[in-house]
Design a protein around this ligand. Sequence first.
Ligand SMILES: [Fe+2]
Length: 287
Amino acid sequence: MTTEFTTHLTEAVVDSLKDTADPRLRELLAALTRHLHAFVRETEPTMEEWEQAIGFLTATGQTCTDTRQEFVLLSDVLGVSMLVETINSSEHGTESTVLGPFHMTESPVRELGADIDLVGGDEPCVVSGRVLSRDGTPLPGAVLDVWQANDQGFYDVQQPEVQPAGNGRGLFTADTEGRFWFRTCVPSPYPIPTDGPVGDLLRATGRHPYRPAHIHFIASAAGHTPVTTHIFVAGSDHLDSDAVFAVKESLVQDFTETDDPSLAREFGVPNPFRHARFDLVLNPVQS
Ligand SMILES: [Fe+2]
């Protein structure tokens, strides 16, 4: 029920923020208040529903640990992460996508060509490419932070008893021509964790929890804006229904079956192998 009191209440709360020293914080809190109050006026939650909402957010916070970020997951499944990411990304260069909840630990520094699959999946796979500036100039010394699930669909932090710490992760520095390459296993689609409040939300809404197979990257280079992105495995299940809405067509890459003994020797992998080639294009920082 909208009354004169509820309308004045919104303005009273917004007015109470007027002495906020940081103008951006004032703007954000005022808009949050207006949108939140409008949502409540529109949906008129019962007291029980309000308590349920508070309980859900409380449980979301209580599920977070050093190696689990349920709030990021909630932001992801509601599409908020992709909204924020896309609003902040450039129209040019490699498209960005969500950071996701598993960038929890520092990736170990590895040499170019190193294998990030410390367990040894069945199918050898090489990912290679270049880091380039928007005009095509290679970016020597660019840094690539890489992380992925294993071929069973789990990150190292989800299976500390099974996977060594740092499995599926690497911090690489591109060579003098901006090139990078590393060995890994072909990742699998995986379900996001469903044993917490976000899982309850997915079940209540009849949604599946799967993400298509992908490898995460953060690419950075001097004088350029970093990009947080994935490459998705072409042909993977769930490319058209990612639980976190993160698929962009330009990021879907072939992991080609490759039968080329001399290239296999060059990469130090058995022949045949799967090969994904992917250039990352960064935008110069505007001066
Ligand atoms: Fe992921």
